[in-house]
Design a protein around this ligand. Sequence first.
Ligand code: CA
Ligand code: CA
Length: 179
Amino acid sequence: MASDYLISKWKLWYTWFDINNDGKVDFEDAEAERSKFSKLHHLSDEEKKSVMEEFGNWWKEYILWGQAEMTEPKFVELMNDAYKADKAKFLERMQTCFDKICNIVDTNNDGDISLEEFNIIMRSAGHKDKSLDEKFFENYKPVDGKVPIKVISDSWVQFTTCEDSTKHDLVKAAFEFGV
Ligand SMILES: [Ca+2]
Ligand SMILES: [Ca+2]
């Protein structure tokens, strides 16, 4: 069993998945998030097609685990089973998970996440308080208003895999101040 600390972080992450606020987590949430994302970025039809597909696949694989509907206990169970079975593989899975989503978020493909790109993914995920998102972004210590995607991806890998509660966790801290 993963530590209570790590499980508590998985549960925090799970609170983000009901994007359309209908009380359940399913593909409609992916649909809501990816549609809003495409719209806010004013993607061309061609860009939109590939983003919709990549976003959908990401949701199916990493949030829904190939299932039609997800619940918090089921999500924790699946995360925990994968973690227990092979920690190195689990770490690899989460690294791929966040590399993939960060590559989608980096819409202009410059290898960095700008505040605008950050704001758009947060708004797409249903977060309405821009000042909290900006505080979250500032904690990544952006240079010229940008953060390398690896820095953001790695912070989420730490959030979803690190059992050491003495190590500062930037993403957990953001959840705690209300992002
Ligand atoms: Ca939902
Ligand atoms: Ca970018």
